[in-house]
Design a protein around this ligand. Structure first.
Ligand SMILES: [Zn+2]
Ligand SMILES: [Zn+2]
Length: 70
């Protein structure tokens, strides 16, 4: 058994697994918007100029639908 190749394969497998985890962690609401409204919906981070607390402006409000964000 070639140990170096084996290690490389393990790293490749771990990377693929990590990528799958990232896909799973995708925001469900963003996914819903993309599938249901073909991507036309409030963005996850919103706008930086938002005054309603969008993520981009430093708040916690994802998918803000204020006039600035949407
Ligand atoms: Zn989202
Ligand atoms: Zn907003």
């Amino acid at each position: 058994m070639d140990t170096l190749t084996d290690t490389a394969n393990q790293i490749a497998a771990a990377t693929a697994e990590l990528k799958a985890d990232n896909d799973k962690a995708e925001c469900q609401e963003c996914k819903y918007i993309r599938e249901k409204y073909h991507g036309f919906g409030p963005s996850h981070d919103g706008s930086r100029g938002c005054e309603s607390g969008s993520i981009a402006s430093g708040g916690n409000n994802a998918h803000c639908t204020c006039d600035t964000c949407f």
